[in-house]
Design a protein around this ligand. Sequence first.
Ligand code: HEC
Length: 95
Amino acid sequence: MKAAAFALLVALAGSSSAALGQGMELLRSKGCVGCHDAERTKVGPSLKDIRAKYGGDTSRTPQIVARMKDGKGHPKIAAPDAELTAAVQAAIAAK
Ligand code: HEC
């Protein structure tokens, strides 16, 4: 427990300088990469295709998050809004 909390603190402290790495880590920890590969189309479009589609514009994030929560148009993902938002932004804007 204590060790886990410490590891989380370390992860958070280190992330500000590596926001993109953190984004990929989030996509991994939320299971997004199970369906979204960086380069290849799997169950869902590749992160590369998602970035190409949105061109780094994250303004549609709330709509995408809403689809994930409803399980309509995107497989339902059970996670807090803030995490889904951060994960979607990472998928759209990460390099
Ligand atoms: C069970 C498989 C699955 C998981 C897990 C999954 N996705 Fe998807 N995702 C899909 C499929 C299928 C599509 C294509 C349908 C669509 O466009 O919504 C998609 C599409 C997307 C899109 C593009 C939506 C658009 O408007 O083009 C984004 C962004 C996205 N997913 C982000 C995520 C994020 C972030 C996570 C993790 C929180 C995640 N996905 C988890 C299957 C999955």
